[in-house]
Design a protein around this ligand. Sequence first.
Ligand SMILES: C[S@@+](CC[C@H](N)C(=O)[O-])C[C@H]1O[C@@H](n2cnc3c(N)ncnc32)[C@H](O)[C@@H]1O
Length: 228
Amino acid sequence: MRARKKKNTQLRLEKVAPWMISWVEPTEHLQIEIGCGKGTFLSAMAADFPNCQFVGVEKVADVIVMAAEKAQAAGLNNLKFLLGDAWDLTGSKERRYMGKEKGQPIFETVDHPALCPQAAAEVLYLNFSDPWPRNRDAERRLTHRFFLHRYRTILRPEGWLELKTDNVSLFNFSLEELAADGWELWDLTRDLHSSIIANPYHTEYEERFSRQGIPICHVKARPKGERK
Ligand SMILES: C[S@@+](CC[C@H](N)C(=O)[O-])C[C@H]1O[C@@H](n2cnc3c(N)ncnc32)[C@H](O)[C@@H]1O
């Protein structure tokens, strides 16, 4: 069922304005969660690592406002939220239809500036990304190689991507995309909670799925040859 758009979201966003950003500032020890949902994972991390900076990127206003309210309530000054699409972190060009002239369609290319500087993030988290199960939607999956190319730009040379999901099909797809795009993998498991891999910070979805006994898949990845 589609969530109904809440009427007071704009007002609530104004109240949490100090926790909202419109672009990511370059800073030391930056970690970004893409599709951060209600921000449980980042709030816990930010509280425990005050010397790191955390940014949650989320495309749904009704959801990100809850994450920002959580950060505000906890007084977390090292956690910020960016309302936007992961695709736009590195900027994009949009071909826009402008109408017709002498019967011919006219297009204009609109440049969308990057919302995140290059080589900025030490860690990018993809926690329980939407699986987009239909093949025709594969390019929307946040681990499609088109996105992986963008993450390479954002990651610092020593940085890495960390992925958790309950969805085995998305996990298999992600492993294929990471391999095809030349990423080195480690800490790969199909049952994180039964493994010896440290995992002290859980997300909302992780809690929900693990309560149902669904195993959690996990992997860390970095572009090959970029380790320092
Ligand atoms: C299934 S939820 C997981 C939320 C959280 N990471 C967790 O593990 O509990 C996926 C979230 O990613 C967001 N999302 C999906 N595609 C996105 C994109 N292209 N850019 C930013 N956020 C996105 C969705 O709006 C949703 O809130």
